[in-house]
Design a protein. Sequence first.
Length: 276
Amino acid sequence: MRAFVTAALALAVLTGCATDAPEPAAPSATGAGQEAKWKMERLKADCMKQKGFKYTPFVMSGPKEMEAQKKMAAGDYAAAKEVRTKYGYRIFSQFVYPDDSASGALVVEEYGQDPNPGVRLNETQFNAYKTAEEACMAKAFKTVLNKDVKNRMDVFKKHADLKKQLITRRLDGDAELVRLAATFGDCLKGKGYAITSLKPSDLAGRGEKAMLAQVDKIGREQGKSWPDLTAEQARPYLATEVKDALDDLECGKEFYARYSPMSTAVDQEVEAQLPL
């Protein structure tokens, strides 16, 4: 669900009119996916130079996680309760705590600024640049990961397809998770929640999906894809979300102890194989 970052734009790029800037230092790799990204970015820069364009290696860092969120991803109940008590599923909390990345809100400063070109290029330059960039990205993916990709959207699609395959096989196909999901679902039904699927991944995403549907409804009423809500307007929605999230956690205490670390492992494997 999370909003895509529109990183701050750019230095001019075409060779001959570019302003040179020092290449940002790569941070210590936090995993195979992050390390592969930097390798591909450097290859991409060399490739772009050969095509007559300036390109500065850049990897979006993303916000730092709270310690509680890290523990939550590992299946820690107390940490999950701490996060859910304040942020729920991290949907309406984005409106209530817009400057807190732990709420799910997009805090652009934490992602770094992409020094590469954007709207400053005219249409002809931009089209030429993007054609070269996609070709160089494909070359870098093939060299580093031995993956055949066509463009950025192709990477997103392959990433999503791989994640879906692993979730189906490892999470929804896990006999113990299926058993725990049945108990989890019965408990939620007893609390009055509508349960349309007992598949582990569906059950784990039920609450967030319900809140996103509410956000979408508000947005449509406002004629927007993402609604405008002040913190005060969003607080009642967040209160409902927090109650849902805590009921969900209590019913799924045993379920999440197994599901969360397995889901985290799937995310890490997908990112290592097809980093975005």
